[in-house]
Write a protein that binds this ligand. Structure first.
Ligand code: ZN
Length: 378
């Protein structure tokens, strides 16, 4: 992957490039940022740049033998570790190497903008919890003990490092503390608080922020051929995630459904309309399935954030399609300093629960009753 293929993050690209040019590449780095911000694409572009034999001041060449192998993710000095679980093909002892073909296919399809739920869908392990287990740590240890095959640096990319279990994290930690020569670790994570402190403290951290509205909009126009309005709306709803932006641009109907359902939901909550709430959860929310329920909650969070903008006289910063903007403007007075943090926590916790396979009806009904109370706090 070229740096040019990574959306935004010009300052980070410069920093990474400079570290290579000045030969002070840290041996262990943590790329930390929200889903869809482009951590993995940045890591892939960086890895390619380090080993490119004909790099320029701003990017790798894309044509040398090393670049070609990096672009197909087949370079012998590029190693991946990622969460896995058993599925129909791998019935026991799962580890990254057993899924490398699927991994390459997946990264090619999503152009590096990977996320856990789509990856788990690809592996058909949707209802299990993928982890990075100790076999992965042992394998990477063995691989890195060899000399680099073709290039200067051996690079290990550990995707979603918060999925390391205790055993694998400890094993990996030893490796990071006493790294084999010319080895570079790039750990990628989204939730700092879920990482072991010992791992975090041994890595140089690179914060990857969410994308801006304008760069997302522009990327939708350039890469997906969206028209200006469609790109504006999808970028507004994506809230800095390229994964969501791409999704909304391709499926605007779905987004409209979220808007409609959310508006109904909040009205019923406010009125404390119990039987309507039960119907809504059973007929409109439950059938969405786990992934869409998560997106629906993300959609809600976005509306709460925009409500706060309205309340703080920052309505110019509200990025929403016109009809949703007018709903949010009327809804905003019910979100205030006393309930905003609690509401956001409630939704974030529900996203976690849905991820962990909690019963959706219970989660959403519980949210409904809590929201009924929270919306009445003045
Ligand atoms: Zn090259």
């Amino acid at each position: 992957m070229l740096f040019a293929d990574v959306i935004g993050h010009d300052d980070l690209k410069k920093r990474l490039i400079q570290s290579v040019q000045e030969s002070r590449v840290p041996h262990a780095q943590l790329f930390l940022g929200p889903e869809g911000s482009g951590k993995l694409p940045l890591a892939l572009a960086y890895a390619q740049y380090i080993n490119c034999t004909n790099r320029s001041e701003t990017d790798s060449c894309g044509e040398c033998p090393s670049c070609k192998k990096f672009m197909t993710l087949t370079h012998p000095d590029l190693h991946f570790v990622f969460p896995t679980a058993t599925n129909k093909t791998v019935k026991q002892d799962p580890q990254s190497d057993l899924f490398i073909t699927e991994w390459r296919e997946y990264l090619t399809d999503c152009q590096g903008y990977a996320d856990l739920s789509n990856w788990f869908t690809k592996l058909d392990i949707e209802n299990k919890q993928g982890i990075i287990n100790v076999r992965d740590a042992a394998t990477i240890m063995r691989k890195l003990s060899f000399k680099a095959y073709e290039s200067e640096y051996k690079i290990a990319i550990i995707w979603m490092a918060e999925k390391l279990n205790m055993q694998s994290a400890n094993k990996l930690l030893k490796l990071i503390e006493e790294p084999p020569e010319k080895t570079m670790f790039i750990l990628i994570a989204e939730h700092q608080e879920e990482l072991l402190t010992t791992i975090r403290s041994r890595c140089v951290m690179l914060k990857v922020n969410k994308l801006g509205h304008q760069e997302t909009q522009q990327a939708l126009i350039d890469r997906l051929g969206c028209d200006e309005q469609q790109a504006y709306d999808a970028a507004a709803l994506a809230n800095g995630s390229w994964i969501l932006a791409r999704h909304y641009a391709q499926d605007i109907e779905e987004e409209k459904l979220y808007a409609e359902t959310f508006q109904k939901w909040m009205r019923y909550c406010f009125r404390g309309a119990v039987s309507e709430l039960i119907d809504l959860v059973a007929n409109d929310i439950k059938p969405l399935g786990r992934e869409k329920q998560k997106e629906f909650l993300e959609y809600g969070l976005n509306i709460f954030h925009n409500s706060l903008l309205f309340n703080n006289n920052m309505s110019d910063d509200v990025m929403l399609p016109a009809d949703e903007k007018s709903f949010t403007k009327n809804f905003a007075p019910f979100i205030n300093t006393k309930n905003a943090a609690k509401i956001c926590e409630l939704f974030e916790e529900s996203i976690n629960q849905i991820e962990r396979n909690a019963n959706a009806s219970i989660v959403f009904l519980d949210d409904s009753f809590k929201m009924s109370k929270l919306l009445r706090i003045k």
